[in-house]
Design a protein. Sequence first.
Length: 444
Amino acid sequence: MKTDLIDRFIGFTHSNRLFKPDDQVIIALSGGGDSVALVDLFSRLNQKVILAHCNFKLRGQESDDDEDFVRKISIIYDLPLHVKVFPTREYSMEKGISIEMAARELRYAWFEEVRLETESSCVAVAHHADDSIETMFINLIRGTGIRGLAGIQPRHGNVIRPLLFTNRPELIDYLEYRHLEYRHDSSNQDIHFIRNRIRQVILPEIEKINPSFRQIVQQEQLLFSQAQGIIDGFASVKGRELMTRQEDQSKINIRRLKEEEFCDTILYELLRPFGFNGKQIKPILASAGLNSGRVFESKTHTLLIDREEMIIAETYSPVNERFYLDPDQPDNDLPLRFDCRILSNNDYRPSKDSDIACLDYEKLDLPLILRRWEYGDFFSPFGMESTKKVSDFFIDQKVNRIDKSRAWILASGEKIVWIVGYRIDNRFRISSETTEILEIKVSM
């Protein structure tokens, strides 16, 4: 019976604890059959609901007709509606990503904005079991490990998927049973999109071999999900043993990692949160302990193979940043925190702390300039009369590539005063002729 779908919907949402009775839920309503069915199922509950619709402007008049249809749905069900029109193609070109990825990024970022604005608990999207199977194939093609084979999960952060218990044919039957209208998205027929190709070409061919393939995959995905849970627990324990976190960097002990029996899997799980994929694991492991200085990149992070450690940090994109430090007028908007004070020579006590610079105040042109170091920079390291390239200084100090990319320079005009956290310039040192001293303490 079609009414059985309602009971299963209620049971699935309760068993997975997707929302509480007093929660307000946002439903992502495209106007397609799946999302219309989701709205109707929610209407059978005594739940506070808001609708949200994205117009991506990708199908001309058809996109606007979808928006008009959704507005009618909100009136029929007497539910508040939020609508957003997106310049999707422009965003895709600006970011250098596919239309599909652009729409996804725009959609979920906006959903979160609406969720916070309306003080809702979660956003419900209409993914069902067939979507999960298609996602599994996409993940398998891209290489995402067992986690990807588990398909779509009922909850991911503030996004819930209450229809994963059912499939497309059941939802169509329900829509017909309830005499519900819905929109047909013509782009779903375009097999240039990988998901459509899987849905319309690949899966039908597999079902010719085994008509029960979808049911089998659903059962397997449950096992994959449970297996991933076991791996997560194991990786969490190993992460505490192998990884340390220091300020904005994470470090993995290479020797101890390679002693592990399942070092490939462990490394994948440790690096996955930083955006690294399964294809990168073997090259990273092959370089570890051999190719010191080699760098690997994800979209968000840089991994450096150092002598004894892998060092992971957020990727820094150098720009011409310049800030100004006036000891008499502290600026709270500087990227580093500086505490300054002026001392007399009589009150001066030398410090070996690398985060403190003591300079001859009278030799400084204020305000001081704070900037990133650049190739071609040179200075006179403390204790030396001759000059040295900053890049050579970093090599001598064995500063790794990540730390080097984040190094700051404090300058007086064109002259370097201090490589912050490393060494002051000898030209600004304290001497017997110094009368006033500027002491600067930095907090990274």
